[in-house]
Design a protein around this ligand. Structure first.
Ligand code: FMN
Length: 174
């Protein structure tokens, strides 16, 4: 069954590793007949929870969360966590925690794409713990976590085609 997917990106590097992997995921998802929208948190001016930001940007994110079946968070690993930009989007999801909020949220499934410089998977644990908490609190089902170590410079992921192939496959199977 075709799904509506919102991909929320968190890297300020347009051609960075997480955006490239997210694009591979999207190509697979679109090829399989799904509808995909992107929300780039690094271009938006979000205020997080209760802060000041662009109402237009926050409204667009909210309406995507009330439209999509699946939310994909694609972030670089910064200080073992999400980037500050994508964190502002995540904090704004607090509005979906109440009973009334949950009724408005159409997203039912989630996935995580994360890229980091560190060669070991353990560095991703704090981010994964936070992701698991978000999934649990919003009442979502985790579809996949694609953790990609050993990536630092722009273009590093091109040297690891298995990561892009996996992302395409996850997109086709979402
Ligand atoms: C502010 C900052 C903090 C970072 N912290 C970590 C970290 O804790 N662990 C790690 O493995 N890589 C860390 N990195 C490296 C990035 O995760 C890595 O370069 C990643 O590939 C960037 O993703 P992008 O290419 O999508 O921008 C950090 C980079 C920056 C700029």
């Amino acid at each position: 069954m075709a799904k509506k997917i919102v991909v929320i990106t968190g890297s300020p590097r347009a051609k960075g590793n997480s955006n490239t992997i997210a694009a591979a995921f999207m190509s697979g998802a679109i090829a399989a007949g799904n509808e995909v929208e992107v929300f780039d948190t690094t271009k938006a001016r979000l205020g997080g929870f209760g802060g000041t930001g662009s109402k237009e940007d926050q409204d667009r994110l909210d309406s995507l969360m009330k439209w999509a079946d699946v939310m994909v968070l694609a972030s670089p690993l910064y200080w073992k966590g999400f980037s500050a930009q994508i964190k502002l989007a995540i904090d704004s999801f607090a509005k979906f925690l109440s009973i009334e909020g949950k009724e408005q949220l159409s997203v039912k499934e989630a996935a995580l794409i994360a890229t980091g410089k560190s060669p070991d998977g353990f560095s991703f644990y704090p981010m994964v713990e936070e992701y698991k908490h978000i999934v649990e609190m919003l009442g979502l089902e985790n579809k996949f976590t694609l953790l990609c170590p050993c990536l630092n410079g722009v273009g590093d992921v091109e040297k690891r085609p298995i990561l892009l192939e996996t992302a395409v496959k996850y997109g086709m199977e979402i």
